[in-house]
Ligand binder design. Structure first.
Ligand code: UT7
Length: 310
């Protein structure tokens, strides 16, 4: 028996902050941001919308898409580095609002790789037949830890949420292989003090190397090759980093998800938001082989090879 994704949903705040808006706030330019990152605009949650509100909205849609009831959820895992407060967890907050009365709940802190960590954790509980349905949410309100005076970081991030129900799927479908990793020696390159502090160059070098390597590793573990890949969902941090992974897999441009232009880097939310968009556009179909790969502060990374469909 194998675990897979049986339902998904996303939430994005309505307010759009464009590169041109940022030009009025700091010494930057639309041209620099587009060329260096691929970002054109990002969404910013209003003051009265917190992380748990976005997580709740995305989770509701995922539950509906899966065709289950909240009472059927056994565990809620929320990947975030921007919880409403250190405790209670975002997962407990949404457990109450969803009415998922039978679910255990905890948050996962693995930065931009958090959604990968969540899916892999869910898979263990399902395939050991301890639980049947796990709700995994990737959600961030990065705007509340962004230093709007620091042009090195302020132009990169956005707010949003993506959610998935992980459950048993039919034979030959589901999560075929995964890789998770961490390197705490790189903690100094990306962390939160009051705001996000980043050594962009170092994170960039790490990401280009690790994303490509993790993609190849999961394919090897699944006994598959680059030629088997139908679609790549990389963490949407920077188009140049994403392009490096695509080239490593020798995939044509239309086989890689790109939402970074519209939403910027939404950390743990970027991968689930992108999957929902690609499924809606018809780019991901049943039985396609999808590779998802993320990296982030910690440093952390994670990749999954999944055969799409219930
Ligand atoms: O989810 C993980 C989160 N983090 C990441 O994924 C970030 C990974 N890193 C990156 O994406 C890239 O390092 C950046 C896009 C952040 C920066 O690109 P870079 O090629 O590493 O450029 P840099 O930081 O070395 O900066 C080049 C120049 C500098 O000017 P000088 O010193 O050459 O005169 C910066 O001051 O660009 C300047 N600069 C900017 N200029 C206009 C930095 N930020 C901006 C800006 N607008 N927003």
């Amino acid at each position: 028996m194998r675990a897979g994704i049986v339902g998904m949903g996303r939430f994005l705040p309505e307010k759009i902050l464009t590169n041109h808006d940022l030009e009025k706030m700091m010494d930057t330019s639309d041209e620099w941001i587009r060329t260096m990152t691929g970002i054109e605009e990002r969404r910013i949650a209003s003051d009265d919308v917190n992380t748990s509100d976005m997580a709740f909205a995305a989770a509701q849609k995922a539950i509906e898409d899966a065709g289950i009831t909240p009472e059927q959820i056994d565990l809620i895992l929320v990947a975030t580095v921007t919880p409403d407060s250190p405790f209670p967890s975002v997962s407990c907050r949404i457990q109450e609002r969803l009415g998922a009365t039978k679910a255990a709940a905890m948050d996962i802190s693995a930065a931009c790789a958090g959604f990968m960590y969540g899916i892999v954790t869910a898979k263990q509980f399902i395939e050991s037949q301890v639980y049947k349905y796990v709700l995994v949410v990737g959600v961030e309100k990065l705007s509340k830890i962004t230093d709007w005076n620091d042009r090195n970081t302020a132009v990169l991030f956005g707010d949003g949420a993506g959610a998935a129900i992980i459950g048993p799927v039919s034979e030959d479908r589901g999560i075929l292989a995964f890789e998770l990793g961490a390197d705490g020696t790189g903690a100094k390159h990306l962390y939160q003090d009051e705001f996000i502090i980043m050594n962009g160059r170092e994170v960039f070098k790490f990401a280009v190397r690790q994303m490509g390597e993790s993609c190849i590793n999961v394919l090897n573990k699944a006994g598959l090759s680059k030629d088997d890949v139908d679609f790549l969902i990389p963490h949407q941090a920077n188009i140049r980093i994403m392009e490096a992974s695509r080239q490593r897999l020798e995939l044509p441009i239309e086989k890689m998800s790109k939402t970074v232009d519209k939403y910027g880097n939404t950390s743990a939310a970027s991968i689930p938001i992108s999957i929902v968009e690609e499924v809606e556009k018809g780019k991901i179909k049943d039985d396609d082989l999808i590779v998802m790969v993320g990296f982030g502060g910690g440093l952390t990374w994670g990749a999954i090879a999944i055969r799409w469909g219930k």
